[in-house]
Design a protein around this ligand. Structure first.
Ligand SMILES: O=C(O)CCC(=O)C(=O)O
Ligand SMILES: [Fe+2]
Length: 357
């Protein structure tokens, strides 16, 4: 057992100082071609091949794209259209449906979230939902002005959950666990289930992108708290970049990050592709896998001259264990921590000035 939450934060801070102190680093545009370093995995392939591909990508890049997942992309198109309508409501419903830390759900406006401690707040708006029956049926956070959103989002949650379980069953087997190991920890019928989708809108910066302070991001460099994140991008609205080799939590990563002050950062673009879901490992699964899998820093920076400066929409599904699940890997690298405490600690560090609301 090597670390605790304090050391994790120290590792995080070292990485963030690096991001802040460096110039932008080099960038490689990802693509679906073989030149991309973010692998594309077809889930309909032979199970043992798919399992090895998922493990290799999760252990190296911490990111991969999946196709052959069985989600009808018309559902994704419809939800994107609804996200546009939702964020257009802003002027009419300002102040309603606001994010609360206690629900970890609701509408976050620009500048509210401190994604990390060394760059200005993110230039985006988000709507976070929770995947459990009580939230879907009864939450006051569903906008009355867009009644169809609830039904579409619920279908999306079911589909994203299904794909999550396929990927996690491969990872469980690679960890020497039964294929259904994680399924019991992701029970959306229980109110203490923590998974959920989030819609993002990154604003049009056509007239303004030259005028923001240095280091302003659409979403600053961060790792995700979840077990797995499924990210849905829209073609023509790219911008996600990932930094393989930069992750948090372990002692070895701390050393790597301290030495890394002299190392050039390399950011790789993850090209949006119709029918492809971008998947990344989050901090919870890094811990649960005894650091064998990587929770890699990623960001969406402001567009530059010649890039698309219009609005960008993305949708994520954060798969997270039930609050009472205990996160600890087979090798007990870290002290046990409940998934509820794990997420609550991260909420508190993201909203340092807010009590439970
Ligand atoms: O919008 C994106 O491409 C990235 C979103 C993201 O990283 C997040 O919500 O954690
Ligand atoms: Fe993220």
């Amino acid at each position: 057992m090597e670390t605790n939450e304090g050391q994790r934060s120290a590792a995080h801070e070292i990485a963030l100082e690096m991001f802040a102190g460096q110039t932008e680093g080099t960038e490689t545009e990802g693509s679906s071609s073989s030149s991309s370093r973010i692998p594309v995995i077809d889930l309909t392939g032979p199970p043992e091949v798919v399992r090895r591909q998922i493990w290799d990508a999760a252990a190296n890049e911490g990111f991969f794209q999946v196709v052959g997942h069985g989600i009808d992309w018309a559902l994704i198109d419809e939800l994107f259209a609804m996200a546009e309508a939702f964020f257009d409501l802003f002027d009419k419903v300002e102040g309603q449906y606001g994010y609360t830390t206690s629900a970890n759900a609701g509408w976050e406006k620009n500048w509210q979230r401190i994604c990390n401690s060394v760059t200005p707040s993110d230039l985006k708006e988000s709507f976070q939902m929770t995947h459990h029956t009580d939230f879907i049926e009864g939450s006051p956070l569903w906008p009355k002005e867009l009644p169809q959103l609830k039904q579409h989002a619920a279908r999306f949650m079911q589909e994203a959950h299904r794909v999550t379980l396929v990927i996690l069953s491969h990872i469980a087997v690679s960890l020497g666990l039964p294929p259904s190991f994680f399924e019991a920890h992701l029970d959306w019928r229980r109110p203490n289930h923590q998974s959920g989708p989030r819609l993002h809108k990154y604003h049009d910066v056509t007239d303004t992108y030259r005028h923001f302070p240095p280091n302003t991001h659409r979403i600053a460099a961060h790792t995700d708290w979840a077990l797995l994140t499924l990210l849905f991008q829209r073609e023509g609205q790219g911008g996600l970049r990932v930094c393989p080799g930069m992750s948090v939590l372990s002692q070895s990563n701390q050393q790597q990050q301290q030495q890394g002050g002299t190392k050039e950062l390399q950011w790789i673009g993850v090209e949006p592709m119709r029918d492809a879901i971008c998947v990344n490992i989050g901090d919870s699964l890094k811990g649960w896998s005894d650091d064998q899998l990587q929770s890699t820093f990623h960001r969406v920076r402001l567009p530059r001259e010649g890039e698309c400066t219009g609005p960008r929409y993305s949708m994520v599904y954060f798969a997270q264990a039930n609050k009472d699940s205990i996160i600890q890997g087979p090798n007990r690298t870290y002290p046990p921590i409940s998934a509820g405490d794990f997420i609550w600690q991260r909420i508190k560090s993201t909203f340092p000035d807010r009590d439970a609301s």
